[in-house]
Design a protein around this ligand. Structure first.
Ligand SMILES: [Mg+2]
Length: 194
């Protein structure tokens, strides 16, 4: 099956990267860790007077490149590919793309290898990308069409209220994707195949 894997919050540990930058820049501004928040947008967990300091962190040169992989993610992606799936990385770059786009590619090369850069599909609207499953930590993924893929939620503290979608970690990913495959087989493949 065609598996789309999101990058931030699924492959790359955006939240802990953010917490480290914040602690370096603003050691006197103690915040509850972003990595334990219960709201999706990081800004929403900050008081109004600190929210303007959030955006510039992710626009800093090196921010995306230096994110650490989420444990198990790199092996998990390779395992899915080895199992015969068509695995792609579907990521929504910042509109302030200057460092973000380039560093997302560099990150993939660094951790998965240059071959995987051909598998990156940057888009601000993931509904326009065709696939059987989209592994994504974002609870609400909307766009201009009803997507072909099944949303498989990558488990994070801020998406636990979403109970209607299959939930995955890099630990049970093969089982969950087998479920998606079975679901697709029962309901018919909507995607025209070659
Ligand atoms: Mg994400």
């Amino acid at each position: 099956v065609i598996i789309l894997g999101d990058q931030d919050g699924v492959l790359a540990d955006y939240d802990n990267g953010f917490d480290e930058h914040w602690a370096d820049l603003y050691p006197d501004w103690i915040q509850p860790p972003v990595s334990q928040r219960d709201v999706f947008y990081i800004e929403d967990g900050f008081p109004a007077d600190r929210q303007p300091f959030v955006g510039p962190i992710q626009r800093t040169e090196g921010f995306f490149l230096n994110l650490k992989p989420i444990p198990g993610a790199i092996d998990g992606m390779r395992e899915l590919l080895a199992a015969g799936h068509d695995v792609r990385i579907c990521t929504a770059p910042l509109r302030d793309y200057e460092h973000c786009i380039k560093e997302k590619y560099q990150w993939v090369e660094k951790h998965l290898g240059l071959d995987w850069c051909a598998r990156i599909m940057p888009t601000r609207d993931k509904t326009l990308v065709v696939g059987d499953a989209l592994i994504d930590d974002r609870p609400d993924i909307t766009g201009v069409i009803r997507p072909f893929w099944n949303h498989v939620v990558y488990d994070q503290s801020y998406n636990r209220t979403l109970t209607t979608s299959p939930r995955i970690t890099w630990g049970n990913h093969m089982d969950v994707l087998t479920e998606v495959e079975d679901y697709r087989a029962r309901n018919g493949l909507l995607i025209p195949r070659l």
